[in-house]
Design a protein around this ligand. Structure first.
Ligand code: SF4
Ligand code: SF4
Length: 116
């Protein structure tokens, strides 16, 4: 069981969830952040701060979004970063790479948020 980052994070990537995570198990790729499934302690704190509702609990994910469960795990594997289980984010541990699922996602045009 773990929390999973899904497509709404792609090209948004504001990093708010990383400041909420008590075990620093959220890592930065090129177009998306990724949660390490073996380091996540399922506290749910990240869920409450994500402005685009990109974070889901794996057991609640249905349909095509289930592919993001594997994508979060495989980001750390030999075919993407090869990081394995770093044991927590540390300064400088970011990657320009993405899992192919995220990399293939259509580029999200920047949106302008206006008040009032
Ligand atoms: S559920 Fe908790 S431990 Fe897991 S990624 Fe979110 S904040 Fe971190
Ligand atoms: S808070 Fe949401 S949009 Fe921001 S980096 Fe985390 S998952 Fe992505």
């Amino acid at each position: 069981m773990a929390y999973v980052i899904t497509d709404p994070c792609i090209d948004v990537k504001d990093g708010d969830c990383t400041t909420a995570c008590p075990v620093d198990c959220i890592y930065e790729g090129g177009r998306s952040f990724y949660i390490h499934p073996d380091e996540c302690i399922n506290c749910g704190l990240c869920l409450s701060v994500c402005p685009v509702d990109a974070i889901l609990f794996d057991e609640d994910i249905a349909g095509h979004k289930q592919a993001y469960i594997a994508a979060n795990r495989e980001f750390f594997g030999p075919d993407v970063t090869g990081w394995g289980a770093p044991g927590g984010w540390e300064r400088g541990r970011t990657s320009p790479l993405d899992h192919p699922l995220m990399a293939a996602f259509p580029v999200r045009k920047a949106t302008t948020m206006t008040a009032g």
